[in-house]
Design a protein around this ligand. Structure first.
Ligand code: SF4
Length: 295
């Protein structure tokens, strides 16, 4: 656990669905643990150590840190090799319950991560821990109010997809863990309110399938860095980016977190920070910038 001194908590909490169980609070993050009916607080101290309160939850919280991002990629793409070194203090977090992952991802659809994590925290407290049976039986009006800031229309998604999981799969989607990826993906896409990115997030973060969830940011950064030749972020472009990353470059699903980090910190949609970018010296956009006399 000494390696935990090297965690970059902000980066870890910013880039993955699994981190959305933690809600920003004061200088750290708060998570509700339903089995003990209590909140646990996590904060990074100035010396880099992680403070957990109450302390008796330390081992449990630390066990949720799975592995650092320098372990997610073993290929030879120079951009990804540089990024995995640069983001080696960012960790992959565990979230084993695919149903929780599904609900969190639905809450993020068209909304910010911060909005989704506040809504999820509210749901967890109201229902003393959500599960498929509680959500299938939830009062729609109350649920709409509880999730208002993340889109009240999603109450329908949550209730109906929970009912479908009970009716079709006996209340659990755990079977998808051992199913072929294509079959699991199609089953998820068949649930009400579940689109391609939501399905891929659940497959990747909680079911152990190596797929790349593609959104606007992944499209933009993949195009600029030459990881994909697709342009724009239409549905067709997203499919092409996914194919390029998964099949042509054989990038493991979790390695997409490196691309998300790059997009968030440097390769922003507006005013990208070329001059301080960690892959600025090898990015194909470099020559284009020189031609335009940009820094
Ligand atoms: S050099 Fe510029 S375009 Fe290339 S990845 Fe960095 S920020 Fe993006």
């Amino acid at each position: 656990m000494d390696a935990m001194m090297d965690v970059d908590l902000r980066s870890t909490m910013d880039i993955q669905i699994t981190a959305l169980e933690w809600m920003p609070y004061e200088n750290g993050y708060l998570k509700y643990y339903p089995d003990e009916d209590r909140d646990v607080y996590l904060e990074q101290c100035p010396d880099g150590t992680l403070m957990v309160s109450p302390e008796r939850f330390r081992a449990r919280v630390m066990s949720e840190f799975d592995y650092p991002l320098d372990q997610v990629y073993c290929g030879d793409n120079p951009v990804l090799l540089k990024l995995k070194e640069f983001y080696r203090h960012c960790w992959v977090l565990k979230l084993h319950d695919p149903y929780i992952s599904l609900i969190i991802t639905i809450l993020t659809q068209n909304k910010t991560a911060d909005s989704a994590r506040r809504t999820f925290y509210r749901l967890q407290h109201r229902y003393k821990g959500i599960d498929v049976h509680k959500m299938a039986a939830a009062d729609k009006g109350e649920l709409e109010e509880l999730i208002r800031t993340s889109g009240p229309y999603k109450a329908d998604f949550i209730i109906r997809c929970s009912q479908e999981i009970i009716d079709r799969y006996g209340g659990s989607i755990e079977w998808m863990r051992d199913a072929p990826t294509r079959e699991a993906r199609e089953a998820l896409l068949g649930l009400y309110g579940v689109g391609p990115k939501t399905a891929d997030c659940v497959l990747l973060f909680s079911l152990g399938h190596s797929v790349v969830p593609v959104d606007t940011h992944i499209c933009r950064v993949s195009e600029r860095t030459g990881l994909s030749m697709a342009t724009g972020d239409s549905e067709a472009a997203k499919r092409k980016v996914k194919e390029d990353l998964e099949k042509r470059r054989r990038i493991p699903g979790m390695a997409h977190l490196l691309i998300i980090n790059l997009g968030r910190d440097f390769c922003k949609a507006v005013a990208p920070l070329h001059s301080i970018c960690p892959v600025g010296d090898i990015c194909p956009k470099r020559d284009e910038r020189k031609e335009k006399k940009l820094t």
